[in-house]
Write a protein that binds this ligand. Sequence first.
Ligand code: KIV
Length: 273
Amino acid sequence: MSSIKSRKKNTIQTFIQKKSKSEKITVLTAYDYFIASILDTAGIDAILVGDSASNVLHGHMNTIPMTMEIMIAHTAAVSRGTENALVIGDMPFLSYQPSDELAILNAGRFLKEGFAEAVKLEGGLEMAERVKKIVDSGIPVMGHIGLTPQSIHKFGGPKVQGKKKKSKEYLIDSALALEDAGCFSIVLELLEAETAKEITEKLKTTATIGIGAGSECDGQVLVINDMLGLRPDNFNPKFLREYANLTPTIKKAVEQYIADVQSGNYPNKDESF
Ligand code: KIV
């Protein structure tokens, strides 16, 4: 097994090869330099600079307020912290929906200014032609179907998608159209495990990356804050596994700092010049 240091930078070929060998692909979100460097040295395959930054970093109710400027700044910080993982920049609401030209220019900004190697955008059948134009411009694209958070008002909440025959057919047709358009991978969000499995099996080279879509996807993604327990108590989706619970750890440290400063215990002589 090669050491992390000797590994080469992952590319979209890494996704394609892993799918062909039935090796699971690991993806997490990150939004800043230091967390990105931790994920990278831990050996994650790809880092998604998700527009979930809107919720988990900026305190918005949803991803709709996110802007290109903020996403590019987060993406550039993540790229500076990343040596091996593929960096994917998430295109914010209205940065790609209005026209092909705007979509290509904004996707290009993620590569030129954010130093990402790919972009992600939401949408199925209706977005396939646009995806093809971006891919034809030389920019790798990750698709995203199922519960697409930028359309949260259309869905009326975080509901599992594809339960009815028509919506399942739409998801399958969307995945196939996105593969034809050149997506190297597709996020499947909040789908029944059986539907995600069917899509994964139907796609020849395009890797499926699940979040709330069961274990049969080619890989998985989670929002880093959620899996580290940096989340509000009332956000507890069924699919989330918490790998650490940092909120009480941070709170305890801050309470101790406050107490030490207030009592004069910090700084002590050794911590002073
Ligand atoms: O923005 C994001 O973090 C995402 C993932 C949840 C897939 O889109």
